[in-house]
Design a protein around this ligand. Structure first.
Ligand code: GLY
Length: 395
């Protein structure tokens, strides 16, 4: 009679997929992969944490349109369209309210420069086939009476909504647990590569975890995992954002009925009102490496700009100040799917759009893990666009 060697019988079987990083991108990948029948482990010391704990949760495909980002726009719009069904499914599975609010957005101008900027954005939106409506200052104030009298005009975008990213993270964690995803609360230290194939990770305590495939979804830290060969190391960097949270007392409600935003002296400011009375004000954009200090200057600038838009904001209790790190990429777009190293996938580099791109990222990564290929809508976001061979100039 043959006997199984004792060390083999004690070793847990390797999951099909090991996800490094338990922020919303790692969790949605794990959840969707588990729904496709794959066994999944997520490695993260604090799953459900990460940039989603700071993010405002705007789903702003139309108002955050930028020149040169037409390809990203396609993915953003696809993900925004998926949000109602995604949020309903996640709520249904978990019994949790995600704070998804189809409230729309109003982008306003405070001076002639802002107005010119918004007019340009409006033209670009129309050229891109997106819905937005130009409003006079008076019409903006009719929609949002708390706006400053000096508002010169604005763009009404009824399709840009919001979700509460903290609730989203918590629900994804529950969904993962309910679909059998194993949460390993630890730090991944090093990618393990055997015979030119990613085959798992080593944790900081030395434990070796095997897996059929590895997904690197570590947000701004994704480029830091040891053992990842240079050719496939994701070119992501931390981009700091400081964000404030205020509370609207019941007697002031409704303070704002939709997201209000503007570019004030070149800086973006947005105010995102939640149903529960929270008002999120964001965000700075700072290239300061790993620094997550909340600074007096950052808080001052956000409050100053928000106050120019909505003067009554100074009456509200300031309940939280926080800084987070966006995972920036060279072209501001995510890196999704298989890399040139067999067995290694990326789901990172979502920069300003992590919350918005959560549904489409989960679907794309699950598809890639099952079939080995990205679905067509996600194919422009292959990490291979940054590989050395692609960047080489023709002779
Ligand atoms: N998408 C908003 C931000 O990154 O600040």
């Amino acid at each position: 009679m043959s006997r199984t060697p004792p060390e083999a019988s004690n070793k847990p079987s390797a999951p099909d997929v090991l996800v490094v990083g338990g922020g919303i991108i790692g969790l949605v990948t794990a959840w969707r992969a588990a729904q496709r029948g794959l066994s999944v482990t997520v490695v993260d010391p604090e799953p459900g944490g990460g940039a989603a704990q700071v993010a405002a949760g705007m789903l702003a495909a139309v108002t955050e349109l930028h020149y040169g980002e037409q390809t990203l726009l396609g993915l953003n719009v696809a993900s925004a369209a998926r949000y109602p069904a995604f949020a309903a499914e996640l709520s249904e599975v978990t019994g949790q309210d995600l704070g998804y609010r189809a409230c729309g957005t109003l982008a306003v101008a405070l001076d002639a420069d802002d107005r010119a900027h918004l007019r340009e954005l409006h033209a670009l939106q129309r050229k891109s086939g997106l819905d937005s409506e130009w409003l006079s200052g008076r019409d903006c104030r009719r929609l949002e009476p708390m706006l400053a009298p000096g508002v010169r005009g604005g763009l009404r975008v009824d399709g840009d909504h919001q979700i509460d990213p903290r609730r989203l993270a918590s629900a994804l964690l529950t969904a993962c647990e309910r679909s059998g995803v194993v949460l390993r609360r630890a730090w991944a230290d090093r990618l393990r590569v055997v015979r030119d194939r990613a085959c798992g990770v080593t944790l900081t305590d030395g434990t070796e975890l095997d897996a059929g495939q590895v997904v690197l979804a570590g947000g701004s830290r994704s480029g830091q995992l040891a053992g990842v060969p240079d050719e496939v190391l994701p070119p992501v960097r931390p981009v700091k954002g400081q964000v404030l949270r205020l509370t609207v007392p019941r007697r002031y409600a409704p303070f704002l009925s939709r997201t209000v935003r503007a570019v004030v002296r070149g800086s973006h400011v947005y105010l995102v009102p939640r149903v529960n009375g929270e008002l999120v004000v964001g965000a700075t954009t700072e290239e300061l490496g790993w620094d997550t200090t909340v600074t007096a200057g950052g808080v001052y600038e956000l409050l100053r700009d928000a106050h120019e838009l909505v003067p009554g904001i100074t009456e509200l209790p300031l309940t939280e100040t926080r800084a987070g790190l966006r995972p920036g990429s060279p072209d501001n777009a995510p890196l999704l799917g298989p890399t040139a190293l067999p067995g290694l996938h990326l789901a990172t580099g979502h920069h300003r759009n992590g919350v918005l791109l959560t549904p489409v990222t989960g679907d794309a990564l699950a598809h890639a893990l099952v079939t080995g290929e990205l679905p067509e809508e996600a194919s422009p976001f292959t990490p291979r666009r940054f590989s050395a061979a692609t960047l080489e100039q023709p002779a």
